[in-house]
Design a binder for this molecule. Structure first.
Ligand SMILES: NC(=O)c1ccc[n+]([C@@H]2O[C@H](COP(=O)([O-])OP(=O)(O)OC[C@H]3O[C@@H](n4cnc5c(N)ncnc54)[C@H](OP(=O)(O)O)[C@@H]3O)[C@@H](O)[C@H]2O)c1
Length: 331
């Protein structure tokens, strides 16, 4: 067993887009576990957009960065966990964690699937996509649906759930390659490269029958473009606003089309994954079956090694990832 473990610290608060010098890797002592404890070797770190606002406020400096991880129990003096168990927890970003087990959840990994899928399509990202459309967006079969960051972890599940419900689906993303994945492999109707075509005119052309549900992951210019296209009684479930995360606290991309909600009777509602617990059993059953049958597809983007965790955050914010961004620490 190793006697030290490396961990990622935030050593400086970023201004705007983070840079590698904002992060440091620190070697720390790893004491033997004591009665009631277990030791987890982290295999995968989850790179999430929500980490960015915490870098400006919330994440203490010179302490291990918070974030979720999938790991394997390598030693246990805790009766609830056995060596070899796969677990998920929020005590990363480090290679090894000694813990009493609080906040550590055992993963019941389907033998036909890699554990990594529980970090995205069968985990929180998949569930917010599913519940955000069905419970918050009240999406009906055959409706007109627009999803932003459509080739990302949440967005790629959302567009596929909408297609399964026979909707006309528009997705926006930041490269032609991701657009091709969305149309050719995931079967959506129109993919917009918002870095090439202004989102407002591209969305107008892509949505001749308007939009009933806009699943918003971006805010800013995307929300501004979607509001005038919304059909009467349209719904905007707001999952995230990544375009604002690097400018925490500042208004960089004002939304000027909000008055469309009046005559359009539009509902805009933010949500989190704990808002629709009643859907969880159905989600687990349906999504597992869809993933295993190939009806729902996914991609994963890995950075290798804990020393690249900061680079992975920067890469995700720049759109390097297709599907879920993760850091792989061990197999
Ligand atoms: N409410 C909740 O409980 C909850 C849970 C999970 C995630 N979320 C939110 O859901 C959204 C997607 O999260 P995710 O984990 O699936 O991340 P992701 O989409 O896998 O990765 C983030 C993507 O955002 C895009 N992006 C970055 N800056 C952008 C900008 N200024 N404008 C437009 N797109 C930009 C990039 O792709 P492109 O190449 O397309 O630019 C990047 O790959 C985020 O807003 C996140 O905060 C919310």
């Amino acid at each position: 067993m190793p006697s030290t473990s490396r961990e990622v610290h935030l050593i400086r608060r970023p201004e705007g887009m983070p840079v590698p010098e904002d992060f440091g890797v620190v070697d720390t002592a790893l004491p033997d576990i004591t009665a009631g404890q277990l030791r987890v070797q982290n295999l995968l770190l989850s790179i999430d957009p929500a980490m960015r606002p915490r870098l400006s406020a919330g994440q203490p400096l010179n302490e291990p960065m918070s974030g979720s991880a999938i790991g394997r129990v390598v030693q246990s003096l805790n009766p609830d966990f056995a060596e070899g168990d796969y677990v998920m927890h929020g005590a990363s970003f480090r290679e090894f964690v000694n813990t009493e087990g609080r906040g550590v959840r055992k993963l019941n990994v389907d033998p036909a699937l890699p554990p990594s899928v529980y970090m995205h399509v069968l985990g929180g990202s998949g569930f917010v996509a599913y519940g955000g459309l069905l419970a918050i967006g009240q999406m009906k079969d055959g409706e007109q649906v627009f999803v932003s960051t459509a080739a990302g972890s949440v967005g790629s599940v959302a567009v596929q759930v909408a297609k399964i419900h026979d909707c006309y689906v528009i997705g926006s993303t930041g490269s032609d390659e991701k657009c091709r994945w969305l149309t050719e492999d995931l079967g959506i109707d129109v993919a917009i490269n918002y870095k090439k075509d202004p989102i407002r005119t591209a969305l107008k052309a892509a949505a001749p029958r308007g939009i009933d549900v806009y699943f918003d992951n971006v805010g800013g210019a995307h929300l501004n473009a979607a509001l005038p296209r919304m059909n009467v009684l349209g719904r905007i479930p707001v999952c995230g606003m990544i375009s604002a995360y690097n400018n925490f606290g500042a208004i960089s991309d004002p939304v000027t089309t909000l008055s469309n909600i009046i005559y359009g009777r539009i509902t805009i509602r933010g949500f989190v994954a704990t808002d629709f617990p009643e859907l969880k059993p159905r989600f687990d059953e349906e999504m597992t079956a869809w993933v295993k049958s190939g009806r729902v597809k996914y991609q994963e983007t890995f950075y290798e090694g804990i020393e690249n965790a900061g680079a992975a955050i920067i890469g995700m914010l720049n759109g390097v990832n297709t599907g879920k961004m993760m850091v792989r620490l061990a197999q």
